[in-house]
Design a protein around this ligand. Structure first.
Ligand code: NDP
Length: 268
C-alpha cells in the first residue's frame, strides 16, 4: 500500500486526490492519495510526519518555502527554485519539479508564443517562465502584485537567459504589454489578477493555470474580448503523471489521458 498526498493552503479546490486515486485504481496499484491542509507555520512539523509517505505534491503557498527544509533537490527543481513534488528516498526527502514538464506539454498543441506576459512570480510562475524561455524564442514581461518578488525573478531569469528581452511591467505599461502579447499566463490564484485591455487578438492565448472552476472569471473576460482561452486541467494531468513516474520510479505509465481528462471534467 503506497501512501501519497498533497499539501497546500487552501487545498479543498484541488482535483489531485481524485486524479491520483483514479490513476492508482486504473493501474491496479494499492495506494491512497490524501489532501493535507498545511499552513505555512505547520510546514516543518508536517515534514517530520511526511516520512511515512512515499511522496507528496506541494502546492500554494509552499513551493518555494519548502526548499530549505528538504534533504536534497533534483537539478531542475534547484534551477527553478520551486518544488511541487517530494519523494521519500529511504527517509530522505528529495524535491522535484514536474510543473515545468506539465506546462511545456500543455502548450504543445498551441502556436509557439513570441511575446508572453506572465502574471505571478511564485512557484508556478517560476516553472512557467523557465519553461517558456527554454522552449521558445519568446520575450517575457512579468506582472506581479509584489514588485520586489517580480524583480527578483527577473534578475534570476536575466542571469540564465541573457539574450532574451525580459522585463517587469510598471503600472502604466501593463495594458500595452497585454495588448501586444500572444500569450498571457495567469500563475496566481486570483480570479481577475489584472484588468484586461478592451480588445484582445484572436491570436492571443489567455492561459489560466487554475482549472476550478473550469472557466474562471479571467478566462470569461478574455473570451469576451476576443482571445482564445485555456484552463489548467491539461497541466494538472501532465504534472501529476510526471510526479507518479518519480514516486513509482517508472519511466512509462499506461494511462488513458483522454479518459482521465473526461473523468476530471465531469467533476468541474
Ligand atoms: P505561490 O504561492 O508560489 O505564488 C502565488 C503567486 O500569486 C504570487 O506571485 C502572488 O503574488 C500571487 N497572488 C497571490 N494572491 C494574489 C491575489 N489575490 N492577487 C494577485 N496576485 C496574487 O503559488 P503557486 O505559484 O504555487 O500557484 C499559483 C496558482 O497556480 C495557484 O492558484 C495554483 O493552484 C495554480 N497552479 C496550477 C497548476 C496546474 O497544474 N494547473 C500547477 C501549479 C499551480 P505576491 O508575490 O504578491 O504574493
Amino acid at each position: 500500500m503506497i501512501k501519497l498526498g498533497i499539501i497546500g493552503d487552501p487545498i479543498e479546490h484541488s482535483l489531485s486526490p481524485a486524479l491520483h486515486t483514479w490513476v492508482l485504481t486504473h493501474l491496479g496499484i494499492a495506494g491512497e492519495y490524501r489532501a493535507y491542509r498545511v499552513r505555512p507555520h505547520q510546514l516543518p512539523s508536517f515534514l517530520e510526519t511526511a516520512r511515512e509517505l512515499v511522496g507528496f505534491n506541494v502546492t500554494i503557498p509552499h513551493k518555494e518555502r519548502i526548499i530549505p527544509l528538504l534533504d536534497d533537490l533534483d537539478p531542475l527543481a534547484r534551477l527553478l527554485g520551486a518544488v511541487n513534488t517530494v519523494v521519500n528516498r529511504a527517509g530522505k526527502l528529495v524535491g522535484y519539479n514536474t510543473d515545468y514538464v506539465g506546462f511545456v506539454r500543455s502548450l504543445e498543441p498551441h502556436l509557439p508564443p513570441r511575446r508572453a506576459v506572465l502574471l505571478g512570480a511564485g512557484g508556478a510562475a517560476r516553472a512557467a517562465s523557465h519553461a517558456l524561455l527554454r522552449t521558445y524564442t519568446v520575450s517575457l514581461t512579468i506582472v506581479n502584485r509584489s514588485r520586489d518578488r517580480a524583480r527578483q525573478l527577473l534578475c534570476e531569469l536575466q542571469r540564465h537567459y541573457p539574450d532574451r528581452t525580459l522585463s517587469v511591467a510598471r503600472d502604466d505599461t501593463v495594458l500595452e504589454a497585454l495588448s501586444e502579447s500572444d500569450l498571457i499566463v495567469n500563475a496566481t490564484p486570483a480570479a481577475m489578477p489584472v484588468a484586461l485591455p478592451e480588445r484582445l487578438s484572436p491570436r492571443t492565448l489567455v492561459y489560466d493555470l487554475n482549472y476550478n472552476p473550469r472557466q474562471s472569471l479571467f478566462l470569461r473576460e478574455a473570451e469576451r474580448r476576443g482571445a482564445h482561452t485555456k484552463n489548467g486541467l491539461d497541466m494538472l494531468i501532465y504534472q501529476a503523471i510526471a510526479s507518479l513516474k518519480v514516486w513509482l520510479r517508472q519511466p512509462d505509465l499506461p494511462i488513458d489521458y483522454e479518459q482521465l481528462k473526461r473523468f476530471l471534467e465531469g467533476m468541474l
